[in-house]
Design a binder for this molecule. Structure first.
Ligand SMILES: [Cu+2]
Length: 505
């Protein structure tokens, strides 16, 4: 967040009619806006990356959601071509009344340094599932694009001790000033200039000063109570990453019980949210209600992408494949009916399992050695990560490109769509703290994307293109460190998994 965002912040808070009249509260709120940190669907990787077309313009969109809602999301749009004249951006709620009440779109600003890049700010006023409408105009006519954006508050800012001390001192000066004014007004305000107050007037002045002290202290105590109550309400509404419970049953069946720690339905202004989180409203995302990722820690050499079935509300089960014993990290992707995606996290110690054969879209590998550039695949093929030697930097959106080759080094033939897409990638930090499930179209959930596009969405476009041996994923690592990138593609009826190691500066 920038200083400009802060000044905008106070402005919009007034328009929204939200009670931020208290200057200290407003100041603290503004400071909170300037702290970068967030985590939800995808774990600790909140930025949205999206590759798509607005009419004839190929755009790469990056959105940084606000860490606190209401707040400002930053949007960056890179056009692949130079023929875009103007881009406008507009945030809309995915569901509910607000979805129909569109304000005027904002014009995104063209970057001074790179004419292909446009920047904008998006006012995200409530928590929940949003979609961003992007309209592009230029030499090839007009076109539009929708990008889903889940928005939640992830934390409550704490006031810095030094700031608190400074404000306390300034507050004391104000109190002394008020008491002094009251005293002076009752003592000598009605006296002619230069005349000393008599003893009676002095006594009356002291009495009024004492009353003023009591009243001001009372106001401070009540204000403090209001502030604490409001902060507590706000903290209850902060998004908490859901932790599922995993249990191994006999026969290698893995039972998963989902958690819903974000069930609060009433926001701080007493409004019931149209998109409160429940567990009976899940919708399939590229064909499955849940995408379950299992990674053995800390070696990350056993990796599985499975699709458990729902057994009852909030409960899922899946037959585990043959895998080696170890401590497994669990990431379970689900999507709510509003398009709001969540990743439930968990862990489990598993014994060696003889397991059942993989079927359908389930895939994985019990012994995946990572490589920096060339990953050997099961059937003799290999996958090459096409990247130059320049270091990877955090928070910079890039296309991660991979090429599948046969054992003679020729581009692989017979590539097929895997769950409707040319490939699926999971970016996971080696400490297990960062997780993102990404597709060629970006980091958004496909279910949310179809919802955002509404009637205009052309399902056939997503499915029909026969995949080439090259697949790319737009993504940016959220923080420096070591990562694994697991890439899954389908060739000649078989799903192949590749593993790459990446170091991010
Ligand atoms: Cu996927």
């Amino acid at each position: 967040m920038t200083l400009a965002a802060k000044s905008d912040g106070s402005h919009a808070l007034r328009i929204a009619g939200v009670s931020f009249a208290h200057p200290i509260k407003l100041l603290v709120f503004t400071l909170m806006l300037s702290f970068p940190l967030a985590s939800w669907a995808h774990v600790n990787s909140p930025d949205v990356y999206f590759d798509g077309y607005a009419g004839k313009y190929h755009l790469l969109v990056t959105i940084t959601p606000p860490p606190v809602v209401p707040g400002i999301a930053e949007i960056q749009i890179r056009s692949a071509t130079a023929d875009v004249q103007q881009i406008t951006v507009l945030p809309l709620k995915m569901v509910g009344v607000a979805a129909e009440l569109a304000p005027t779109p904002d014009v995104a600003e063209r970057s001074q340094s790179d004419p292909h890049v446009f920047h904008g700010k998006l006012w995200i006023m409530t928590r929940g599932s949003w979609k961003i409408q992007i309209q592009a105009e230029g030499a090839k006519g007009a076109g539009e694009l929708f990008v889903p954006l889940p928005a939640v508050s992830t934390y409550s800012g704490k006031m810095h001790a030094a700031l608190g001390a400074l404000l306390a001192v300034l507050g004391l000066v104000l109190v002394a000033g008020i008491v002094g004014i009251v005293g002076a007004a009752t003592r000598e305000a009605s006296l002619p200039s230069g005349q000393e107050p008599a003893a009676e007037e002095r006594r009356r002045g002291y009495r009024r000063e004492v009353i003023a002290v009591v009243l001001v202290l009372g106001a401070i105590v009540l204000g403090d109570r209001w502030w604490r109550a409001d902060a507590a309400t706000n903290a209850r509404l902060n998004y908490k990453v859901p932790h599922l419970t995993a249990q191994l049953q006999s026969g290698g069946l893995l039972d998963l019980r989902l958690a819903n720690p974000n069930v609060s339905e009433v926001d701080r202004y007493g409004v019931v949210s149209a998109d409160k989180l429940v567990l009976n409203d899940l919708v399939p995302d590229h064909g499955h209600l849940m995408h379950l990722f299992l990674v053995r820690m800390p070696d990350m050499q056993s990796f599985w992408h499975l699709h458990p079935r729902q057994t009852s509300e909030g409960n899922f089960a899946v037959d585990l494949p043959a895998l080696a014993a170890g401590h497994y990290q669990i990431f379970a992707d689900i999507v709510h009916h509003t398009g709001f995606p969540e990743t439930q996290v968990g862990e489990i110690d598993l014994p060696a399992l003889s397991g059942s054969a993989l079927s359908g879209d389930d895939a994985g590998d019990p012994d995946l050695a990572p490589s920096a550039t060339v990953s050997q695949l099961r059937d003799g093929d290999r996958m090459v990560w096409e990247h130059d030697s320049s270091p990877i930097r955090a928070n910079v959106p890039v296309w991660f490109r991979f090429r599948v080759e046969d054992k003679d080094g020729r581009p692989a033939t017979g590539m097929e769509n895997y769950m409707g897409m040319a490939g699926h990638a999971a970016f996971i930090s080696t400490d297990g703290k960062v997780f993102a499930h990404v597709h060629p179209a970006g980091s958004v959930s496909m279910a949310a994307e179809i919802m955002a596009e509404g009637a205009q969405h052309d399902m056939s476009a997503m499915q029909s293109a026969p995949p080439s041996p090259e697949v790319s994923f737009p993504y940016g690592f959220p923080r420096p460190g070591d990562y694994r990138i697991f890439v899954q593609v389908k060739r000649a009826g078989k799903i192949e998994t590749a593993s790459f190691s990446a170091h991010v500066n």
